[in-house]
Design a protein around this ligand. Structure first.
Ligand SMILES: [Zn+2]
Length: 1011
């Protein structure tokens, strides 16, 4: 799956880029409450959630205050285990994570400890496994009723004698009298005794009066009925307006991770693979598609029954259906089609152009043909994820697949290419070979997130995808993974809420980052071979991360223990800072490592974590001024064995330059770590940047800025050194270095925005950026090749307008007024280039009137292109008028206003991070928390992002106190935002500490450098 969006937030003047965007993710599994049949009852859920949350909160406090696990070592882990076992599931994870961290060398033991704590497993028994399903669904798609009648026949194999058959269901009604058990010759067996339903585990259990025999085949038949819900999960309904303004309905699926069970009774676990034959029955005015090609169409009166070829062996979460009146266009080879609503189909051309190229690239890369006979990609109006990689039927939200060159920006273009690349990579990694359980989700998502860059890089070499990777993935996730409330990438998960919670930046961004690091230390070709062998060996099957490590170890002829290296990155949270210290008198240099924490002093004071307990196996790359070579070839390993007597590693004498020459480590930032240096080396680097920055690789320039400013932020480097480095930017013309700087400046902006130093801060930024602003024009070139130049143009204009550079504001107002005139004169061509629209709209709204706001709102209501709608929504948040922002917020959480439910959190975050909206958004969140939770449903993935966006600039003791009070008042009803609240509190503490320790110093520096 692809989370919603790195790019559809676009680059705007309010918050510069996606670093301040939060994944919306897939989400939203409301549980319908009803008294009939086997629906889950709301009160049961509330009680269970209440118990769970109370326990988690209790344990969190316990762990936070007393941290009994800090001193855990392998020898006494068994006794600590018993402590862990006395807690609830979530607490077990936390507890066991700390065990695994310290006992990292003994993973077998830890694994069995995990297994033994899972007291009431939510996993299905393994005694019965499905081999084939026939699923028939008759869909009733409005306008009043939304439901489906279903019929499933499941071929079963008995692996172990048992007296029950347990399947998953959720939110569907089973007709008990329609449940039959047959033998393999389809003779009915009189074995069924009674049925039971466990709502918490979503189990439907068929109890038998005899034991099924090991090795025998059986057939189970069930009739049922389900809702076409509006929760955007399971089999759900969506709608759009056609060109004549009529509302059209459709039905579509989103099953990952645990919602196939909302469409039909099934063994809904990724390792319970089977083949599926699907029949969809619908009225004449619809067409249907599924994972496989249609093989038969039968007319049944006013109904049409479409039957699809049986699938290959696959997991339930990858099934998909669509019943709609959509249109398609086909690639010339006929096997690749794209679909959308009729009035948007033209904008699907781009994805049809890029999709087949990427598919071909992956066939070559993995050295395995695409396993299915066809590929359909569909853009639907409502989807909680950015896109979903269903095998042979990929479903996207419109902004992730449709591209209209007259309306969409360069960011929109790249977003479509990367999301398509991401989902197509999953067709092998994830679909052909699937993780055994959701614990290994990170591997699936991390790998697809890495491959999206490989794929797009192959199609568009000039886009410099791996330059972008460094800023958009590594540096982005560094910011989250430096908190003590982060989590290891590989975490045990059990119930659906826990599974939903791990579709986060750690799984995607950190996953991709450590895979890229691995691809380099193995060498990219060896890496590719190992992956290809792994996919071949495990195809149509399920694997765990150790299986991949085995194949990669084989690919390097056992010259490296890949598991040992990678376990240190996947089983521990956080990442290291490597410190390089030079002894200039004796011409030596040493490396040490330590966990990088955002606010190390603060954390040591409350004793919650000891960074010295962590150890990573780090591939070190470096170069020096004399023989600068930026190829990231591993020069030495910081490994545990070689550190037996010392944790200090020496750089080879011949690699140490003269005293007045610099050393730089972590070339092209391929390693997932930061680097700090002694003061003299930092000064040598700064000198180089000031005199001729092109002597340093552009990715390392981006790295140096990011590292220097974040090391300063974390009290590991004098802020004067960090800020001094930024002065060279006056001469910098490369996007990626600027992007890295502007991201770091976003933090400073958030901290200083309400302080006396803000004027000086703005003046300094305008001073270093104005050279470039004067050089670049407002004219956007039309080629799509030099995308980084376009991004630079957007960033520079965006920040100049944000900080009120007069020419920028005037230009925006002029363009905006011209557009208003056009519209008033019924000329509907928008004179503003799509790349600059977010900036122009936002600047105009910030400096404009109520009429301007209403004009833009009406544009939002009338436009049908989703990416343009996003830009308009984002810009409406730029107003200075509190009442306009309040009204906007109210409209976001009111389904009839015209803002779709999938976009409500986007609006919230836009207001929360705008120049004037934070307090309004924060008040709304506190005041309306229960309404918001109700509006989305409790397991909505995005609560965390709401909390994060609105709290990221809190930095006073008073703010901290208020935040804690807010958390205490809602903590029984936080849904999936539990971790985000704890992270927000930690972040705020760090911000308060930052203001106390750095504000004066920065103010002094700014005074000095603005004169
Ligand atoms: Zn994915």
């Amino acid at each position: 799956m692809s989370v919603t969006n790195k790019f559809d937030m676009d680059v705007t003047v309010t918050e510069h880029n996606h670093r301040n965007a939060y994944p919306i993710g897939h989400d939203n599994q409301h549980m319908n409450s009803t008294n009939k049949g086997f629906f889950i009852k709301t009160w049961v859920i509330f009680i269970l959630l209440f118990i769970a949350i109370t326990c988690i909160a209790g344990i969190a406090v316990f762990v936070g205050l007393f941290n009994p696990f800090q001193s855990c070592v392998c020898d006494n882990s068994t006794s600590l285990l018993s402590k862990c076992m006395n807690n609830q599931t979530n607490a077990d994870n936390r507890c066991l994570s700390s065990l695994s961290r310290d006992c990292i060398t003994d993973q077998t033991k830890v694994a069995s400890l995990y297994a033994s704590t899972n007291r009431q497993s939510v996993r299905l028994p393994k005694s019965i496994v499905p081999t084939h399903y026939e699923v028939q669904l008759q869909t009733y798609i409005g306008p009043q009723d939304f439901y489906f009648d279903g019929n499933v026949t499941i071929w079963l194999e008995c692996r172990q004698s048992t007296d029950n058959i347990t399947v998953h269901i959720n939110d569907i009604v089973i007709y008990n009298e329609s449940v039959y058990l047959l033998d393999d010759r389809k003779q009915q067996l009189p074995y069924i005794s009674h049925f039971s339903h466990e709502t918490k585990r979503q189990f439907f259990i068929i109890h038998l009066n005899t034991y099924l025999k090991h090795g025998k085949q059986y057939i189970l038949q069930i009739k049922f009925k389900g809702n076409l819900n509006d929760d955007l999960s399971g089999f759900y309904r969506s709608s759009y307006k056609d060109s004549a303004g009529n509302k059209r309905w459709l039905a579509v699926t989103q099953f990952q991770p645990t919602d196939a069970r909302r469409a039909f009774p099934c063994f809904d676990e990724p390792s319970m693979k089977a083949t599926f034959a699907i029949t969809l029955i619908h009225l004449h005015n619809y067409i249907s598609i599924s994972n496989m090609p249609k093989v038969n169409t039968e007319i049944r009166g006013e109904w049409v029954a479409d039957t699809f070829a049986a699938t290959v062996k696959m997991s339930t979460y990858l099934l998909a259906f669509l019943v709609s009146d959509f249109q398609s266009i086909s690639h010339e080879n006929g096997n690749f089609r794209v679909w959308s609503r009729v009035n948007a189909i033209e904008t699907a051309n781009y994805s049809l152009k890029v999709g087949p190229k990427l598919l071909k690239y992956y066939e070559d890369y993995f050295n395995i043909s695409y396993p299915l006979p066809k590929m359909d990609m569909v853009a639907v109006p409502d989807l909680n994820a950015g896109a979903m990689e269903n095998w042979g039927l990929i479903i996207y939200r419109e902004t992730a697949m449709l591209y209209d060159e007259t309306v969409s920006s360069s960011h929109n273009l790249q977003r479509v290419a990367t999301v398509v690349a991401h989902e197509l990579a999953h067709q092998w990694f994830g679909n052909l070979v699937t993780p055994k359980w959701w614990d290994d989700l990170w591997l699936n998502e991390g790998f697809a997130s890495f491959m999206e860059y490989e794929g797009v890089d192959a199609v568009y070499p000039k886009w410099q995808m791996f330059q972008q990777f460094v800023v958009d993935e590594i540096q982005d996730v560094f910011e989250l993974d430096c908190l003590t409330t982060s989590h290891p990438i590989s975490v045990p998960v059990h119930n659906p809420d826990e599974i939903n919670e791990i579709f986060d930046r750690i799984s995607y961004g950190k996953g991709a980052s450590i895979i890229r690091m691995m691809a380099y230390f193995l060498n990219r070709d060896t890496f590719r071979k190992g992956v290809s062998n792994y996919l071949n060996a495990w195809r149509y099957d399920n694997a765990v991360q150790d299986d991949l490590w085995n194949y990669l170890t084989l690919a390097v002829n056992n010259s490296l223990n890949v598991k040992k290296v990678m376990d240190s990155w996947t089983l521990q949270d956080g990442y290291p800072v490597v410190t390089l210290t030079r002894d200039y008198d004796n011409r030596k240099a040493w490396l040490t490592q330590k966990r990088f924490l955002l606010d190390v002093n603060n954390n040591q004071n409350n004793g919650s974590i000891d960074p010295s307990k962590y150890w990573w196996e780090i591939p070190i790359t470096y170069t020096n001024q004399r023989n600068a070579n930026w190829d990231p070839i591993t020069k030495l390993w910081m490994t545990r064995s070689s550190a037996k007597h010392s944790k200090v590693f020496a750089i080879k004498d011949e690699d140490i330059p003269k005293n007045d020459e610099w050393i730089i480590a972590n070339l092209q930032e391929v390693g997932y770590y930061r680097v700090n240096y002694d003061k003299t080396n930092w000064e040598l680097i700064t000198k180089q940047l000031m005199s001729d920055h092109n002597k340093i690789h552009v990715i390392n320039r981006a790295q140096l800025i990011d590292d220097a400013l974040d090391l300063s932020r974390a009290h590991l480097l004098d802020y004067h050194i960090g800020l001094n480095i930024t002065q060279y930017l006056v001469n910098e013309k490369e996007f990626i270095a600027w992007e890295s700087a502007l991201n770091a400046f976003s933090f400073m902006d958030r901290m200083l925005r309400r302080s006396a130093a803000y004027g000086l801060w703005k003046a300094y930024i305008l001073k270093i950026i104005s050279n470039l602003y004067k050089e670049i024009t407002w004219t956007v070139t039309e080629d799509s090749e030099n995308i980084l130049e376009k991004y630079l143009q957007i960033s520079v204009i965006g920040w100049s307008c944000k900080y009120g550079y007069p020419h920028c504001t005037q230009q925006s107002m002029q363009l905006f007024n011209q557009w208003r005139e056009y519209v008033e004169n019924k000329q509907f061509k928008n004179p503003i280039h799509p790349n600059l629209r977010s900036i122009v709209y936002c600047t105009a709204i910030e400096n404009g009137s109520e009429e301007d706001w209403n004009f833009l709102w009406n544009q939002f209501l009338n436009v049908s292109v989703a990416s343009e709608k996003d830009k308009l929504l984002r810009s409406l948040a730029c107003s200075r008028e509190p009442w306009l922002l309040s009204r906007f917020m109210w409209r976001a959480f009111n389904g009839s206003s015209g803002i779709r439910k999938q976009d409500a959190s986007y609006v919230f975050r836009s207001v929360a991070t705008s120049n004037y909206g934070r307090d309004i958004a924060y008040n709304y969140l506190r005041d309306q928390w229960h309404h918001i939770v109700k509006y989305f449903g409790k397991s909505f993935f995005s609560f965390g992002s709401l909390v994060k966006s609105v709290t990221s600039s809190l930095n006073t003791d008073f703010d901290l106190k208020q935040l804690q009070e807010f958390y205490n008042s809602v903590k029984d009803n936080v849904g999936t935002a539990q971790r985000s609240f704890l992270q927000a509190i930690e972040q705020t503490k760090a911000n308060v500490h930052w203001m106390q320790s750095h504000y004066q110093q920065i103010d002094n520096w700014l005074i000095k450098h603005n004169t």
